[in-house]
Ligand binder design. Sequence first.
Ligand SMILES: NC(=O)c1ccc[n+]([C@@H]2O[C@H](COP(=O)([O-])OP(=O)(O)OC[C@H]3O[C@@H](n4cnc5c(N)ncnc54)[C@H](O)[C@@H]3O)[C@@H](O)[C@H]2O)c1
Ligand SMILES: O[C@H]1[C@H](O)[C@@H](O)[C@H](O)[C@@H](O)[C@H]1O
Length: 343
Amino acid sequence: MTLKIGVIGTGAIGRDHIRRITSNLSGGRITAVTDVNEAAANAVVEQYGLDAVVYPDDQSLLAEGDIDAVLVTSWGPAHEQSVLAAIEAGKYVFCEKPLATTAEGCRRIMDAEIKHGKRLVQVGFMRRYDSGYVQLKQAIDEHVIGEPLMIRCAHRNPESGPNYTSDMAITDTLIHEIDVLHWLLGDDYKSVQVSYPRKTRHALSHMRDPQVVLLETNGGVLITAEIFVNCRYGYDIQCEVIGEDGIVKLPEPSSISLRKEAMFGTRILMDWKDRFIEAYDREIQDFIDSVGRGELQGPTAWDGYIAAVTADACVKAQESGQREEIELDEKPALYEGQAVGQA
Ligand SMILES: NC(=O)c1ccc[n+]([C@@H]2O[C@H](COP(=O)([O-])OP(=O)(O)OC[C@H]3O[C@@H](n4cnc5c(N)ncnc54)[C@H](O)[C@@H]3O)[C@@H](O)[C@H]2O)c1
Ligand SMILES: O[C@H]1[C@H](O)[C@@H](O)[C@H](O)[C@@H](O)[C@H]1O
């Protein structure tokens, strides 16, 4: 069976997912699209030669579209409304991060899913599908390094856009570490503190960059996460887990090495689309396959909720300079067991 997919939001990542479904992946077909910028929706239909109807908004796409599932790839503040409408229509929905911009919004989505009685939502935390992170998880789960004690990581972007603000370092950028690290450890966060080193001259005047976030888990693991979104030299994601018996580290993306003019080196990628290209392919293929089986297995609305609660505490800690507590509601039964990523 071919899954008929509607896409809500045809910007950068919406187009990229349409490209992969159309050219790389199996079992899915784009049959409906919408974007508040109608010209963008029309352009993507033309660019990929889609046999798809362009709808004026998410409501009409969900009511009239010939679809089995939707991808929500609009701006973050628009996600909650589209996801709730998709659940109401009984459609499976893949939603890019953030699931909603507030913890209350994520709660409303969980309540709607629980009322529906079955998982319909997968959140776009693609790092769980990255083979490097999957290997780290395997090593931790198999106690290769004994108990994990500390994690050191860095999330570096070459440059931030003109509308990027200091809190987006958390809600837009660190959110990937927030998700993947609690998944790696199988542990929840307890507290967070944020510090600011000297500011880079490349950052816009209104923002703090870089930032250092110190997270502590319930199990006592200390995580230092550097966020540096104007590092200039590349798109660089680092993660090192220090355990009782050894250390495991995220591999560098594979690349040829070059010896030239008295130098030896490898290229560093510049774009998130390239760094996680295989992970995005796997997560969307997993969504298509899981919907086909009638049982989602990727990141859940509960994971989206954990990320939102943790991000709220991080933003509070950015402002207060103090250690802030992170408190989750009780995990609903629908989300028992750990959602997986795939190698
Ligand atoms: N998983 C990842 O690594 C990753 C990477 C990039 C972006 N994202 C997330 O994906 C989302 C989109 O990011 P982007 O980079 O593609 O942004 P973008 O600005 O390029 O595209 C967003 C599109 O959504 C459209 N839109 C806004 N509100 C809408 C609505 N109510 N209905 C329909 N369309 C609407 C806009 O017109 C725009 O075309 C963001 O939430 C972002 O955080 C995730
Ligand atoms: O900081 C960026 C992240 O590195 C990417 O992975 C995307 O999530 C993008 O939306 C963020 O702005």
